[in-house]
Design a protein around this ligand. Structure first.
Ligand code: TMP
Ligand code: MG
Length: 201
């Protein structure tokens, strides 16, 4: 028996902070809209940085978005976006790293319903460990883009995010701590100092 192909796909944009993930997400959203696709842009409500109801890149590009809980069910997504969810050809999520472990299943359901999904998020937390649902999403993805930033110490490509407390590498702390330039910087492997590994002088 003939089964029509599912048109849906999952694209993941990963990398450390200040690598341009959100910029790339918003670029894809704008291009899809130019192509007359209906795009739903979503972020987790706990990302209160810059503006509560917008996705904002560090260098200023910004678009309005819907906000959902950390572990959104399809019903919660529906509650936030209403009819726009059914209409959407493309669903774009920023801060994928903040979502819970059930998020990849939700993404699969949306892909199976024929939607193009784009998820941007940090692959690693400040400890240098895989962050939230990102490893599973990266494995499930049809397409992955991994971006690097610039190491603030040596200027080489940066793939890690250093958390700072009073200007020094963080010794510990919760995995989730919303922040920007005041508490984080991009570093290469050589200059990244994970908790428990004192910086070499
Ligand atoms: P960005 O990738 O769009 O710059 O945003 C990353 C967000 O994640 C920012 O609010 C800081 C936060 N964050 C954590 O909560 N824990 C971490 O370990 C790291 C590296 C970032
Ligand atoms: Mg971002």
């Amino acid at each position: 028996m003939y089964h029509p192909c599912v048109a849906g796909r999952l694209e993941v944009i990963a990398g450390c902070m200040f690598s341009g993930k959100t910029e790339e997400l918003l670029r894809r959203v704008e291009r899809a809209r130019i192509g007359r696709k209906h795009v739903l842009l979503v972020k987790p409500a706990l990302d209160t940085r810059y503006a509560p109801e917008e996705v904002v890149a560090h260098h200023g590009r910004r678009l309005p978005c819907f906000r959902v809980p950390q572990d959104p069910s399809i019903d919660a997504l529906h509650e936030a976006a209403g009819w726009e969810l059914e209409m959407a050809d493309v669903v774009a999520f920023d801060e994928g790293n903040f979502f819970g472990q059930d998020f990849p299943s939700l993404c699969e359901v949306l892909v199976q319903s024929g939607k193009r999904l784009i998820v941007a998020g940090l692959d690693l937390n400040f400890r240098g460990e895989p962050f939230g649902p990102m490893p599973v999403l990266l494995a499930q993805a049809d397409e992955v883009l991994k971006l690097s930033a610039v190491c603030v110490v040596c200027g080489q490509p940066a793939t890690r995010t250093q958390r700072l407390v009073n200007g020094a590498p963080a010794e510990g702390g919760p995995e989730i701590l919303v922040g920007g330039l005041e508490s984080y910087e991009a570093r290469c492997r050589d200059h990244f100092v994970p908790p428990g590994h004192p910086a070499q002088s």
